[in-house]
Design a binder for this molecule. Structure first.
Ligand SMILES: Cc1cc2nc3c(=O)[nH]c(=O)nc-3n(C[C@H](O)[C@H](O)[C@H](O)COP(=O)(O)O)c2cc1C
Length: 191
């Protein structure tokens, strides 16, 4: 049985994409994870996000686009670097590109629409880890690459909010320091 929600939120840690192995979620688990990701706060129901899945061979095929973008955008990348790019999405059984898509003009500020995409990423993280998977929400250079944007088929109003890597953790991560609450929380005392 999975941990109670509050216990999960108080102990969750990301697992490095390099430490994620098979198996990934099965189709029923994936549907749950994605359904959780669509259940985020979304002002005026604009649905300001979408998800692109990379599993199996698609990860390797997309690696060609990653290597091509690296070759086009970086000065003289080494053969080792290009090989690494070709294998970037192979690090985990499942990679989900979370795409923020803003509707402009809209009565909902662009900022709020982008925040909703962040919430969708975090729900992916929380849902997948609640099912026992290791998860890593990362962007890396490829979230900001023109070539990768094109390979993903992003429209002008779309941006990568993150690549969420999901798999079985090869090892459990150590604890990571968190800010003390008194560093980040204050009671408003007036002007
Ligand atoms: C939008 C966004 C992008 C991120 N991109 C990266 C990244 O490219 N590389 C990285 O190592 N961590 C990145 N992180 C941080 C990880 O998601 C994660 O927070 C970190 O590894 C610490 O793990 P924790 O979730 O246990 O705190 C990013 C986080 C966010 C919110």
């Amino acid at each position: 049985m999975s941990k109670p929600t509050i216990q999960h939120l108080l102990t969750r840690r990301s697992v490095s994409a390099n430490a994620l192995v098979e198996p990934g979620p099965d189709s029923a688990q994936l549907e749950q994870i994605l359904t959780a990701a669509t259940r985020v706060p979304d002002h005026k129901k604009l649905v300001p996000w979408r998800f692109i899945l990379f599993q199996g061979e698609a990860r390797e095929v997309f690696g060609n686009a990653l290597a091509d973008a690296c070759r086009a955008e970086e000065s003289e990348p080494s053969a080792v670097r290009l090989e690494m790019e070709a294998r970037r999405f192979m690090r985990a059984p499942l990679v989900i590109a979370v795409v923020s898509r803003v509707t402009v003009p809209s009565p909902v500020p662009e900022w709020e629409q982008i925040l909703s995409a962040g919430a969708a990423c975090q729900n992916l993280v929380v849902a997948a880890s609640a099912l026992g998977f290791g998860v890593n929400w990362i962007t890396e250079w490829c979230a900001y690459s023109a070539g990768v944007r094109q390979a993903l088929g992003l429209a002008d109003n779309e941006r990568v909010a993150g690549f969420v890597y999901i798999g079985t953790p090869a090892a459990q991560p150590d604890e990571r320091p968190r800010p003390a609450l008194d560093e980040v929380v204050s009671a408003w005392k007036g002007q």
